[in-house]
Design a binder for this molecule. Structure first.
Ligand code: JEB
Length: 231
């Protein structure tokens, strides 16, 4: 998979080199390129923002640098993602859809966002999605893109070593994860649940499922839906 990121903070993405994705990048499974939006300006001050038409607080990103950046990066096969508090919610299902793509382009806005014509124009050239990481307000798209790349990257074969660990975990079956334990068997007076030490694999699976249901009911009843049954 090819990933292009357009941002006014390219240094922010240096952490990708040391994350889980580092191996996938050096092996060529994921090829990430970060582009500085200011490299697509032509004025002395490398201006990317201006005041909003119609008035209001803050500044809006001007369309011209975005147009030049996207023209140099996007083709008809690209999926262009604009993180936005006004976008569709990012979920594990979104991550799975994006992991199936060949080319992702992330456009990181700042200030009050990007001139809407950039999104409308990009939509005439490629598949465009405006996606929100969650229902809270960030200062720009960079943190959201980092989270999306991590969620997508680990679904690409070869990025995570153990494929079984992928479908066992939180959200793949609509339930929260069961609690995990390792050695020592007793720590500061707290014991590992005996069922996990008994070697009865049926009993272990049943206990874990029960724990998932209890935890989901308590912490995230919304995941259980109307019927109270996940899935
Ligand atoms: C994404 C962004 C801003 C109003 C207020 C502040 C570009 N879940 C999310 N919350 N906020 C963002 C997001 C995602 N994904 C987000 C891009 C930008 C916030 N801002 C600041 C915009 N509009 C600018």
């Amino acid at each position: 998979m090819r990933i292009d990121i357009v941002t006014i903070f390219p240094e922010f993405f240096g952490v990708l080199d040391v994350s889980l994705l580092g191996k996938a990048r050096t092996s060529g499974i994921i090829d990430v390129a970060v582009h500085d939006l200011r490299d697509f300006t032509h004025d002395r001050h490398r201006t990317v923002d201006d005041t909003p038409y119609g008035g209001g607080a803050g500044m809006v990103m001007r369309p011209e640098p975005w147009g030049e950046a996207l023209d140099s990066i996007v083709d008809a096969g690209s999926t262009v993602i604009f993180p936005s508090p006004a976008g569709e919610r990012f979920t594990q299902a979104t991550a799975r859809e994006l992991a199936a793509e060949q080319h992702l382009v992330f456009g990181c806005g700042r200030y009050e966002g990007i001139d809407q014509r950039v999104i409308d124009y990009a939509s005439t050239k490629a598949t465009v999605r405006e996606i929100s990481l969650g229902d809270y307000v960030l200062n720009g798209g960079e943190v959201a893109v980092m989270a999306m790349i991590e969620a997508v990257g680990r679904l690409i074969p070869g990025v995570i070593g153990n494929a079984a660990s992928l479908d066992e975990e939180s959200h793949e079956d609509g339930l929260l994860e069961y609690p995990s334990y390792t050695k020592p068997p007793e720590w500061r007076g707290l014991e590992v649940p005996p069922v996990l030490m008994g070697g009865n694999h049926g009993a272990i699976a049943a206990w874990r499922h029960e724990q998932q249901l209890e935890r989901t009911t308590r912490v995230r009843p919304d995941l259980l839906g109307e019927s109270g049954v996940a899935g």
